[in-house]
Design a protein around this ligand. Structure first.
Ligand SMILES: Cc1cc2nc3c(=O)[nH]c(=O)nc-3n(C[C@H](O)[C@H](O)[C@H](O)COP(=O)(O)O)c2cc1C
Length: 314
């Protein structure tokens, strides 16, 4: 499974574990990197000194490449980017915003920079700004989302840029990897699937809520304020929906939503907290070691890819 993405990162398999707030620390990132994928630390829920600890621990337990995900809404973006440069983190991915101004300095520090995009136009713009690859993330993803499905977005982005494209959103097993390769992507990023692993720091109640969920269990809130987020439907999400329906102000909505993810992911309150997860939750049936997710995904994709010809000619 060597291709443009494995070569770009210096990894064995084109599988990236998404950087996720309150869910992806050094244990998960290093387990994925040690298994041959690329593990990412989710900087969005870490103060810079906490992130530094995770980087140091990650370096201790793996000599494989790993990365840091930086959501652009983080109040510590400048400090986090400076820390990544100082620590010579091999890869930085960015989410939820425009990282253009950070790309050149990160690259000068020898860091591979991969932004998340939800449109072909944004992918082209970031290619011009020097991005090494992009993650095309469809609206079926967990967390902050765009408005185009993975199936329609990935080939559009592939046709629009000449840098490698990583597919994200709705991918949870080897079928997802094979399908993404067929769409022209050179790798996949999985978030929801990696939450349900032993090494993920999210509370067990959170993981079990994903395992229980079906493909229709998620819904999107926050559209009224321009920040759509996909979560598993629960009483809190229904209250959120009601607030939006009655035209609550942005301030009221933000106040209602603040701290909800932490409540679910750290305290395990999956009734009043927000359980961010993608539609692929319907495919996640068990909590397993992260390395097993990588190995199974690769094995399934390889078996499927070698059978594809016979599935067409029967
Ligand atoms: C619990 C959770 C937290 C997330 N946090 C972040 C984040 O901090 N930064 C980011 O760029 N994306 C974040 N995402 C999105 C993921 O990076 C990834 O692109 C997405 O989960 C892929 O879709 P999937 O959930 O269908 O695998 C998060 C997703 C989940 C499920």
């Amino acid at each position: 499974m060597q291709n443009k993405i494995t070569q770009l990162f210096g990894i064995e398999y084109p599988i990236i574990q998404a950087g996720m707030v309150w869910a992806s620390g050094w244990r998960l990132a290093s387990a994925v990197s040690n298994a041959g994928g690329l593990g990412l630390l989710g900087a969005g829920s870490m103060y810079p000194d906490v992130l530094e600890e995770h980087i140091v621990k990650c370096k201790k337990v793996t000599d494989k490449p790993f990365g840091v995900n930086v959501p652009m809404f983080s109040p510590y973006v400048d400090e986090v980017m400076a820390l990544c440069m100082e620590e010579r983190v091999p890869v930085v991915t960015t989410g939820a915003g425009n990282p253009s101004t950070y790309i050149a300095p990160l690259k000068r520090a020898g860091i591979t920079v991969i932004p998340v995009v939800a449109s072909a136009a944004f992918a082209r713009r970031l290619e011009r700004s020097g991005a090494d690859a992009v993650i095309a993330e469809g609206e079926e993803s967990g967390g902050h989302i765009g408005s185009v499905s993975t199936m329609a977005l990935v080939p559009r982005v592939v046709d629009s840029v000449s840098i490698p494209v990583i597919a994200a959103g709705g991918l949870g097993d080897g079928r997802g990897l094979a399908a993404a390769l067929a769409l022209g992507a050179a790798g996949i990023q999985m978030g929801t699937r990696f939450v349900c692993t032993h090494e993920c720091t999210a509370h067990d109640n959170y993981k079990r809520a994903i395992v229980r969920a079906g493909e229709r269990s998620t819904m999107v809130t926050g559209r009224s304020i321009g920040h759509p987020v996909r979560c598993i439907r629960n009483p809190m999400i229904r209250d959120f929906e009601e607030l939006e329906r009655r035209g609550a102000s942005e301030q009221e909505i933000i106040e209602f939503g603040t701290g909800r993810l932490r409540k679910a992911a750290m305290e395990g309150d999956v009734t009043h907290g927000s359980v961010m997860a993608g539609q692929v939750a319907g495919l996640v049936r068990e909590i397993v070691p992260a390395g097993e997710v990588v190995a199974r995904t690769v094995a399934e994709a390889e078996a499927l890819l070698s059978r594809l010809q016979s599935m067409v000619v029967q």
